[in-house]
Design a protein around this ligand. Structure first.
Ligand code: UDX
Length: 446
């Protein structure tokens, strides 16, 4: 096989921008392609439309080394790259539960039509099983005469907040291929990780597509599993965190992703479990993934529970009461508010008539686009001053470090809901706080 020197990445959102920068870091010449000229302009200046630790620096570094460029011109990469990664989004369809494949289809078609040099197209987007086989046919139909173009599938497992780290040092690499030479090409692309003995799973299209959604479904299941037990402990008594610790010591179970709280959100887990169910139902296997519907329902119930706790703590009278909501991104170290439990809780309280003061170290800007009417403030102090109730919904370090002494003199009433179970409850109770957690029975003060 020919040596891989030039790589294109189609789609420069979260996944694509990270992948492009990391490929440049590995020494390849990289061009990122996007249909959005504004995005291309700002990326070329090393500016990102989202928050991701370390990524702006990495992009600037390689825009400077000359190894990383951005363009809106597909023809430019069609004549140039040896390997093309497709990293466009597959959002949930509007008004439905399946994945919207319009961007993947459009990117693949326009790429295949523009290729004039033998190349490998590698899909990275999360897609319903069966998509790669369909796209392989599409590529064959679209490619110009005399050019050899092949398709492979290579799912991505990066976490927001750790995107660069996860891309450069993945737990494992998974590739689905149909043509013998394609594995060798991808081994060359990932030679650096393979040199560190990173597990390399070479399989067919269907397995590669399913690995990604199976991993996300498993993670979502773990979270809803512990949250279902939280529903039990908050009724009968018991401590959900101790329970998670105790089962987590069984290495077959493991402690990770067993943190009970307000549940999962973000751009991946919620939409991926819905798309998986939808796809499997299309295949006539409605029953196989039906449990994921429960996983989703348990997860959504946690948000309602957090709101119900707020009503309870305020004796059902929340109209006009100042409530500080701490954390509205779907998780710390991100400015992403897609399907965010914290933002959902804040909006529900606002709609119920509360005077909501939202503070998040990174998320206010994105949240304000979605819910412009919530009260956004720029500091923790502003949020909690005069509050009748404080709710911690995303466990940023700034909030994990809070002590009763930090808030005692600022709040109007010492009421706290720790919806992520990260603060020491007894400590707060000893300082006179009515302190609630999700997964813990309310200790009713008289
Ligand atoms: C996830 C997968 O982890 C990643 O492998 C995949 O590529 C994309 O989806 P991400 O969306 O960045 O990554 O978030 P993740 O760190 O997995 O957290 C997802 C949600 O679960 C967050 O809202 C988080 O707060 C919540 N969560 C996580 C819990 O509620 N409890 C836990 O124990 C762990």
């Amino acid at each position: 096989t020919a040596r891989v020197e030039n790589i294109s990445v189609i789609g420069t959102g979260y996944l694509g921008a990270t992948h492009a920068a990391c490929m440049a870091e590995l020494g390849f010449n990289v061009i990122g392609v996007d249909v959005d000229p504004e995005k291309i302009d700002s990326l070329s200046r090393g500016e990102l439309p989202f928050h991701e630790p370390g990524l702006p620096e990495l992009i600037r570094k390689h825009v400077d080394t000359g190894r990383l460029r951005f363009t809106t011109d597909m023809d430019q990469v069609g004549a140039w790259a040896d390997v093309h990664f497709i990293a466009v989004g597959t959002p949930q369809v509007k008004g439905g539960t399946g994945a919207d494949l319009r961007f993947v289809d459009a990117a693949t078609t326009s790429l295949a039509a523009s290729i004039t040099k033998d190349a490998l197209i590698v899909g990275k987007s999360t897609v319903p099983v069966g998509t790669a086989a369909r796209l392989a046919d599409l590529v064959q139909d679209t490619t110009q005469e005399g050019v050899q173009v092949s398709l492979a599938w290579n799912p991505e497992f990066l976490r927001e907040g750790f995107a660069v780290e996860d891309t450069l040092r993945p737990d494992r690499l998974v590739i689905g291929t149909r043509n013998p030479g394609d594995e060798a090409t991808l081994r060359e692309v990932y030679a650096e990780a393979l040199g560190r003995d990173t597990p390399f799973i070479s399989t067919d299209f269907e397995t590669a597509e399913l690995v990604k959604v199976a991993a996300n479904a498993f993670l979502a299941t773990k979270i809803s599993f512990i949250n279902a037990f939280a529903e039990v402990t908050e009724t009968v008594g018991g401590d959900i965190t101790t329970l998670a610790d105790a089962i987590g010591y069984d290495t077959r179970i493991g402690r990770k992703f067993l943190n009970a709280g307000v549940g999962f959100g973000g751009g991946c887990l919620p939409k991926d479990i819905r798309a998986l169910q939808t796809r499997v139902a299309e295949l006539g296997l409605d029953h196989s993934m039906k449990f994921l519907d429960e996983i989703d329902q348990i997860n959504l119930r946690r948000r309602k529970k957090a709101v119900a706790r707020a009503f309870e703590l305020l004796d059902q009278d929340i109209v006009g009461k100042k409530i500080a909501v701490l954390g509205i991104t779907f998780k710390p170290l991100s400015d992403d508010v897609r399907d965010s439990p914290g933002l959902d809780v804040a909006a529900r309280l606002f709609n119920a008539g509360a005077d909501v003061a939202v503070y998040d170290p990174e998320g206010n800007r994105n949240a304000a686009k979605r819910y412009p009417r919530l009260g956004y403030v720029n500091t923790l102090t502003e949020a909690v001053t005069g509050a009748e109730l404080v709710i911690l919904t995303t466990e940023w370090q700034e909030f994990r470090a809070l002590t009763p002494a930090d808030l005692n003199d600022l709040v109007a009433a010492k009421r706290f809901i720790d919806a992520r179970n990260v603060l020491p409850a007894t400590d707060w109770e000893n300082h006179g706080w009515t302190f609630a957690q999700l997964g813990r029975k309310m200790q009713h003060s008289s």
